[in-house]
Structure formats: structure tokens, C-alpha cells
Design a protein around this ligand. Structure first.
Ligand SMILES: Nc1nc2c([nH]c(=O)n2[C@H]2C[C@H](O)[C@@H](COP(=O)(O)OP(=O)(O)OP(=O)(O)O)O2)c(=O)[nH]1
Ligand SMILES: [Mg+2]
Length: 146
């Protein structure tokens, strides 16, 4: 039984995903973050997420980020900083590598372009939201930076 489980995990394809921590400084010089809610039918459905999506074959994570952020939240990014860190996380059904980018400079006002729920939140609110398990290092990173 354990053997079978291990085999399944070893055979799991790793999915590269590019995600953006979109933030802005508010008038009071307090930071806010833009987050979206995953649709119920998606993997990790109903949970909050940092916008982004799968890196296509042969695509650079930063190019995937720019493509996904335009498709999902309608913003254009050109000066993308380098990837802050990569999280490798195995769910029961999927192994994801999240390439995490800080997105502080962008054109346009992000919105839920695919009809998804979205909001700007301050860090204290963000930390109360239900994110996928893989996101824990992102929340720890933001908490440390505050
Ligand atoms: N975008 C995003 N995905 C996340 C986060 N945390 C996390 O575990 N994931 C997982 C869920 C999914 O298995 C995968 C991202 O896939 P996705 O559904 O966003 O991919 P996509 O935008 O290309 O969508 P699709 O075309 O495949 O429907 O990464 C997160 O904060 N943001
Ligand atoms: Mg996506």
C-alpha cells in the first residue's frame, strides 16, 4: 500500500506555476495586496490565490506571469523583478512549483477579468484568508516583510 502511494507521488508530473504578489502603497502609506478567489470547479477551488497560472512548455516563468496577469486581471507588467522564490509543494493529486514574483509596477487597475471574485486587502486581512496549503511560505514571507 505504501509502495503504491510512493509510486503515485513519484510519477506525479510537476506543474510550474507563475504567481504575482500584486501590491500598491495606499495614501496612508500602508500596503494593500490584490488577491482573487479560485472558482469552485478549479483545483484548490474556492480558496483565495495570488493571480497567475501555468507556465507553458518552453515559456519563461516571467513571460507566463505577464501573460496570465493580463488574461486574469487585466494588468500589463514590463519591468518584472526577478523571481523572489520558488515553492515546491505536493498536494495529494498534484505537485506544483510556484514561482513567486513581486509585482509593484503595472499598468491598469487589476480586476477579476474572468468573473472571479477579487479584492484589495491589507496584510492583516490577507493573513486571515483561506489560501491553498502551498502558499504558506508566501504568507510567512509577507509577514516577515511587514
Ligand atoms: N494562481 C495560483 N495558483 C496556485 C496558488 N497556490 C496554489 O497552490 N496554486 C495552484 C493551483 C493550481 O493547481 C495551480 C495553478 O493553476 P491555475 O488554475 O491558476 O492555472 P491557469 O491559470 O493556467 O488555469 P487553467 O488555464 O489551467 O484553467 O497552482 C496561487 O496562489 N495562485
Ligand atoms: Mg490561474
Amino acid at each position: 500500500m505504501q509502495f503504491a502511494e510512493n509510486i503515485t507521488v513519484e510519477n506525479m508530473t510537476i506543474i510550474d506555476v507563475a504567481v504575482g504578489i500584486i501590491s500598491k502603497n495606499t495614501a496612508a502609506d500602508d500596503k494593500e495586496f490584490f488577491v482573487c478567489r479560485r472558482a469552485v470547479h478549479q483545483h484548490q477551488g474556492n480558496k483565495w490565490e495570488f493571480p497567475g497560472g501555468k507556465v507553458d512548455k518552453g515559456e519563461k516563468p516571467e513571460d507566463a506571469l505577464a501573460r496570465e496577469l493580463f488574461e486574469e486581471v487585466g494588468i500589463a507588467i514590463d519591468n518584472i523583478s526577478s523571481c523572489a522564490f520558488v515553492i515546491s509543494h505536493k498536494y495529494e493529486d498534484k505537485h506544483v512549483n510556484l514561482h513567486v514574483f513581486n509585482v509593484q509596477e503595472f499598468d491598469g487597475d487589476p480586476f477579476g477579468k474572468e468573473g472571479q471574485q477579487s479584492q484589495w486587502v491589507k496584510l492583516d486581512t490577507l493573513l486571515t484568508l483561506n489560501f491553498p496549503k502551498a502558499n504558506k511560505p508566501i504568507l510567512d514571507y509577507l509577514r516577515q516583510q511587514a
